[in-house]
Design a protein around this ligand. Sequence first.
Ligand SMILES: C[S@@+](CC[C@H](N)C(=O)[O-])C[C@H]1O[C@@H](n2cnc3c(N)ncnc32)[C@H](O)[C@@H]1O
Length: 360
Amino acid sequence: MASSQLVRMNQGQGETSYARNSSIQNAQQNRMKPLIEAAIVDLCSSVNSSTVFPRKMLIADLGCSSGPNALALVSIAVEAIHNHCLQFQQSPPEVCVLLNDLPENDFNAVVKSLVTLRQSNKPLVVTGVTPGSFYERLFTSGSLHLVCSSNSLQWLSKAPEHLTRNQIPAYDIDENARRERLPMVHEAYAQQFRKDFTLFLKLRAKELVSGGWMVVSIIGRPSYVIASRFFHLWEIVAQILSVMTSEGAIDKEKFDSFYIPLYGPSCQELREIIQEEGSFSIREMREHDPKTDYDNTFVTPSRFLNHLRAIFEPIIVEHFGEVMDEFVRTAERRWSVEGSMQDGCARNPRVMLVASLAKA
Ligand SMILES: C[S@@+](CC[C@H](N)C(=O)[O-])C[C@H]1O[C@@H](n2cnc3c(N)ncnc32)[C@H](O)[C@@H]1O
């Protein structure tokens, strides 16, 4: 079974690394900019009755990964503090920036890039990393002012136990069996997401100061898509692996016990969980089509494969061993028919959900 240890992205600077294959995610991070800026204005604003202008601010990015995106959100926040203080002629607070991801993340690369943030020196910025799962306590109580997270909270703490314990395959090779089981599989994933996201909210509510903010983005499914669908990239990966299984390159039992701990909620689902948990008030929630952030003709099969490998290679190799060459060949064969890759993606549309939350 996949544990949270395995969901890290491909490390380093190579052709299939996350660092070199995350420009789509970066475009999505830029969509969060106005919400982060608004949170900073509220935190720095002396008219805000719930916070006194802080002399020190602690800002964290949860699920930072490595590469240029690791610093993107915290850089927006630091710049917003700088601009706000310039505009209102306030002396800037001292800022501590902490970047979190799982311990297996490429923190070596992250630490080197953190230096650039310190050198900007406007305001005083000290930096650090906080390895660990965001489904555990990461910071001391009442210490954080702003939590950011992009493209990470769709990763669950684990695959649903109902499936793993009862050895129920998430993606049956037989199409009829798969279709019949899909609502149950989907419900198991939805329950796991509800449990995990509720815990995430509770933990962060303990760690945030009164009047603190969270700005998060999650890859989800559009409201118009019926609930019982697979997470889009999960299905594309599973399809390739199932072809490899049918052709004997992968053992069927091994395939049946493969679960990717990913779930894409709808906007409504997210809203309900936040409201039910009760620690945060929703200040803004947006649903955004990620396709508008990039030119579709730019996404060739080889680029898309690198994108998939950057995200899923560690979890695939951990479970199946050295199968990536065959994975690439199978995917290339599958997508050699013009438009087949685009069709696969279109069958499972996704949205980026962005939420700006203030601690209630
Ligand atoms: C797709 S990357 C997103 C990276 C970056 N925030 C971005 O927007 O490009 C998802 C990151 O979440 C991290 N992640 C997944 N589960 C996590 C957990 N439980 N705790 C901390 N990080 C986690 C993964 O290791 C990975 O680096």
